[in-house]
Unconditional design. Structure first.
Length: 323
């Protein structure tokens, strides 16, 4: 029997996580993002697609890259973009996350982009509103657009994700970036390795289709991609390693540890990077190896693709409901 063609479509209303997405759904977003990379390199970066539409960025946690990237993405598609951060909202006066979301929902936005400190909070919020919701990071759960932009960066450099050896190193336990990347990369056929001290590997990680290492040189051996993660101190309750100095000695990426990876292995980091903690400053700035700036560029394109796809889906839903 002939195999059925891969359907490239993303049929959902929201983007809450990578877990459960198919190869076709992930590829649909990556392919659309690729088109936006080209557009973003032109002098005139703006298209009319979301003219008259409203996007609200609702951030209950700090963010530089992700918030500006979503803002720019919305503006390049001609949407009206409003940024709300918790410091200026009524949440400080005791309004709950759900109350804030329903207030914003009453203003008829097409998309709510939400970052929240609690894992699962964005999913809960999505159940209470009529618009599309994008998870811009919920606690240590998921950060789907980060995993998509990482995948786009790798795919454009290497042509494919299939079969690549990718090491994700550092604070896996508290990292939503790691979790979303694991789901995406395993689904797309990469060989994923987690490299971290025993205390920073989540229980149950071995059931995710990854290999686990507690030694950088063993974990990085022969890798195509080395992805470093920040120590998420704000999510740590207790002592997970003896000292920063010792952590850098054993798990910080320097040229010595990198020497066992493939000679052209790419270095990635979602930012913000802590130099001298998880990555040596010279390595982070070595643009013959580090694609950290490219990740930021891909971020805008991926967010444009997500806003594009979800707005179209919502429009279709509304038309079908009217018919
Ligand atoms: C990440 C995040 O917020 O989860 N940063 C980002 O989105 N660029 C990673 C981190 O904070 O370490």
């Amino acid at each position: 029997m002939a195999s059925s063609p891969k359907i490239l479509a993303y049929p959902h209303r929201h983007l809450l996580g990578i877990e459960g997405l198919s190869v076709g759904e992930i590829s649909c977003i990556l392919d659309k993002s690729d088109q936006y990379v080209a557009q973003n390199r032109r002098a005139d970066k703006k298209v009319d697609l979301l003219h008259g539409r409203t996007i609200i960025n609702l951030f209950f946690e700090d963010s530089t890259r992700t918030r500006t990237s979503f803002e720019l993405a919305g503006k390049r598609l001609s949407a009206d973009v409003i940024n709300m951060s918790v410091g200026t909202s009524s949440v400080n006066k005791g309004e709950t996350l759900i109350d804030t979301a329903s207030t914003l929902n009453a203003m008829h936005p097409e998309v709510l982009v939400v970052r929240a400190g609690l894992s699962g909070a964005v999913q809960l919020l999505a159940e209470k509103v009529n618009c599309a919701v994008i998870n811009a990071g919920d606690g240590s759960h998921e950060h789907p657009t980060q995993a998509l932009l990482d995948a786009l960066t790798i795919k454009r450099r290497r042509g494919t994700l299939q079969g690549l050896k990718i090491a994700i190193c550092g604070d896996i336990l508290h990292s939503r970036v790691a979790r979303s990347n694991i789901y995406l990369l395993v689904t797309m056929g990469a060989q994923v390795r987690l490299v971290a001290p025993m205390t920073l590997i989540p229980s149950g990680a071995k059931n995710l289709g990854v290999k686990i290492f507690h030694n950088m040189k063993e974990g990085l051996n022969g890798c195509d991609i080395v992805m470093m993660l920040r120590l998420q101190n704000e999510r740590m309750h207790g002592n997970f390693f003896p000292s920063i100095r010792e952590y850098f000695h054993f798990f910080g990426l320097d040229y010595e540890k990198l020497s066992v990876a493939k000679p052209d292995a790419l270095i990635m980091h979602p930012g913000p990077a802590n130099r001298g903690v998880e990555i040596d400053s010279e390595v982070a700035d070595d643009y013959s190896r580090s694609v950290i700036r490219e990740q930021v560029e891909m971020g805008v394109a991926v967010r444009m693709a997500c806003l594009d796809i979800l707005s179209r889906n919502l429009q279709r839903e509304l038309m079908e409901a009217k018919a």
